[in-house]
Ligand binder design. Structure first.
Ligand code: AQP
Length: 339
């Protein structure tokens, strides 16, 4: 089985990306290695160009993102790490899959709706097509498992539908494309903004104060967590519940960082007289989780040539795998000469 996931080259990855996705990538690498499977992770520069961006910045932020992945524990000897734009098969498969994707489905995607209203000058066609390219990313590798956060569930469902539809239309008796399963973490699948715990922690939508970045130093993390919005229940009660989004988020962050069940974490605070103790514990756990990543990041980020070498080798390996799928897809669709 293959594990595949993609991450945007936004550089400033946040705690949501880290808990919802990056930690799962490392766990997938370990699991894949133990069972002779493959783990494949892609930094999706072609997705990043669907909203306004600076070309020079894109390359630098891509290096930042790759360095965060390496610092978090991804190992190019054990996982394939590459840049999406270096493997043209993704764009080709995207186009081929567009023939089994309905316009109405793309129009209904929440991410498209949310992001298109935020564009001032131009809503790019790429933004609409984003989920088709994402489907191509995964389906090109016939991946069986896709580690993602909760916000990507809808795109994963569409991807599965595209694969099923492709197989039904062009596969005959064969399953040309693998219908992948998502892997969403049981705790921390949707880390919320510390200042507005009713919305997800996000790169583009939230405030700097409500977003903990992977590269924030200890003092900054402590300050952000201390100022996290909770509620005014009197006396304060530390429990999870839809009526307590801020406290629920803090409990979930603490649970995710300490590898414990949220209910067990909450039970530690039954005697607490306020939310201060919980916040102190959360800050300590987040600092403990992220400090080693930041230190390693500082060691690795300066060597752009080494980062490029990792990406080049990864792209070559990825291309070999993707090409095999494209050959089958083209043949099944009647595109190009007969084999
Ligand atoms: N708040 C979150 N909690 C848990 N997981 C999350 N992810 C994103 N936000 C949260 C997961 O992180 C992975 C990589 O995401 P991405 O960098 O490719 O961008 P994204 O999904 O669009 O989320 P961002 O980073 O917050 O950006 P914007 O602001 O553009 O939405 C994905 O697996 C995602 O599920």
């Amino acid at each position: 089985m293959r594990i595949f996931s993609g991450i945007q080259p936004t550089g400033r990855k946040h705690l949501g990306n880290y808990i919802g996705a990056i930690r799962q990538y490392v766990e997938g690498q370990d699991r894949a290695g133990a069972s002779r499977h493959e783990s494949i992770y892609c930094i999706v520069d072609l997705h990043a160009i669907t909203v306004p961006y600076e070309p020079v910045e894109l390359r630098e932020r891509l290096y930042d993102t790759l360095t965060i992945l390496l610092a978090a524990g991804l190992d190019p000897q054990r996982s394939i790490l590459f840049r999406q734009g270096d493997v043209p098969e993704h764009a080709e498969l995207c186009w081929l899959l567009s023939s089994v994707t309905a316009l109405g489905e793309l129009n209904r995607m929440h991410q498209f709706r949310d992001k298109s209203v935020a564009q001032r000058e131009l809503v790019s066609a790429g933004l609409l097509f984003y989920p088709v390219l994402q489907a191509a990313d995964v389906l090109a590798y016939r991946a069986g498992e896709v580690p993602v956060g909760e916000d990507q569930r809808e795109h994963l469902e569409l991807m599965r539908e595209i694969a099923r539809r492709f197989n039904a239309r062009f596969g005959g008796d064969e399953e040309i494309l693998v219908v992948p399963e998502h892997r969403i973490p049981p705790v921390g699948a949707r880390i919320m903004d510390l200042q507005d715990p009713t919305r997800k922690m996000s790169t583009t939508g939230g405030s700097v104060e409500g977003t903990v970045y992977v590269l924030d130093d200890a003092m900054t993390i402590e300050k952000k967590v201390k100022r996290a919005v909770t509620d005014s229940e009197d006396p304060p009660v530390i429990r999870r519940g839809p009526d307590k989004p801020g406290v629920t988020n803090l409990i979930d962050i603490l649970a995710a960082c300490t590898g414990r069940e949220p209910e067990a974490v909450a039970a530690d605070f039954t005697q607490a007289r306020g939310y201060g103790d919980l916040k102190a514990a959360v800050a300590e756990a987040v600092v403990a989780e992220l400090a080693p990543v930041r230190e390693r990041y500082d060691e690795l980020r300066g060597d752009a040539a080494a980062l490029e070498a990792i990406l080049a080798e990864g792209a070559e390996r990825a291309r070999g795998l993707a090409r095999a799928t494209l050959t089958d897809v083209r043949a099944a669709m009647g595109v190009g000469p007969a084999a």
